[in-house]
Design a protein around this ligand. Sequence first.
Ligand code: PLP
Length: 395
Amino acid sequence: MISNRQLFLNHVAQTSAAPLMLEIERAEGIYLFDTSGKKYLDLIAGISVSNVGHSHPDVVAAVKLQAEKYMHLMVYGEFVESPQVKYAKRLTEFLPEKLNNVYFTNSGAEATEGALKLAKRYTGRTRLVSFKNAYHGSTHGALSVMGDEYFKRSFRPLLPDTFQLEYGNESDLKKISCRCAAVIVETVQAESGVKVPSLSFMQKLRERCTETGTLLIFDEIQAGMGRTGKLFAFEHFGVVPDVLLLAKAFGGGMPLGAFISSKQIMQVLTDNPVLGHITTFGGHPVSCAAGLAAFEVLQKEKLVEQVEAKGKLFEELLRYDLRSDQISRKGLLMAIKFESFEKNKRIIDTCIANGVLTDWFLFASNCMRIAPPLTITEAEIKTACEVILSSIKAN
Ligand code: PLP
């Protein structure tokens, strides 16, 4: 009989040169269990998705309840679907007044696409500015604002009139002009190996966008939903974007994204053309029910409040054996830098063999990713750090 692993390689389209090939039977909290019964402590949370842990009972119950009531009914925006309404209302209670209008999408990339279109339509301009080493998704529009040539080169031509600035470089901000529709930026840049911008950079970026009438889009698809120690990462910087992007943890483990703006900006999508962004499954009722349940878990279990202390504990325990310039962190989004991809990969493989699941970053293959479910406990952090440190020593 052909194994599932072989069938996976034969019939599921492959994009990874070296897939991890773990076959997981079930997942619970911060643990994954493979088909042989081996347990893995998850330090990547499905790439910053499972913030409330895997299969949280509240999320599972919400999914079951909604699936029994109704699943897909109609394309986005025609019917009043209560899971969307409830989630949009609850979410906007936690957002500044100018972010009061939510367009639900299927994914992060679709949220990026919607936001870029919104900015072009609202400003009547075409130029899109982004940053080197930025990741906003893998569709053509999102790829156009990606800050890495290796991943873009083979897919050109992409969108015209785009350029990238240096992330964190204040003097580059003067290149934002009255011809720009939008600047899209990760509030904390993840795939470059966790880069945290200065307060001054973010504030000057906001000022320059306001001066030039350019919409400022914050991509918090990875940094949002508590990951950095605030519910939304922009709260660290005292600046509010014109458009906010959420996805990943936003769906509580189900596919869901959103671009969020003011009603005044968002209303341009109803005119010239009508249906300015169309999606069949965006805001799927089951995904919205799951997302809202996960959102309530964040509040109920006071998870966001604990993030900084947990992140600090990781850092303190790892610092025993690492130099401080090897660690980059905001909350529970953390990178450990090694001298090469090869060394990092050997350490990651040893960690996985020893039951701790970690990974590298897209634009920083020499950095190990630490982004566990926010529910991780002190004792689990200690165990994870022991395995990481012994894996470093073994390599
Ligand atoms: N933006 C950021 C910062 C991301 O990390 C990702 C995914 O990794 C995306 C956008 C794209 O999201 P999705 O994979 O849901 O399309």
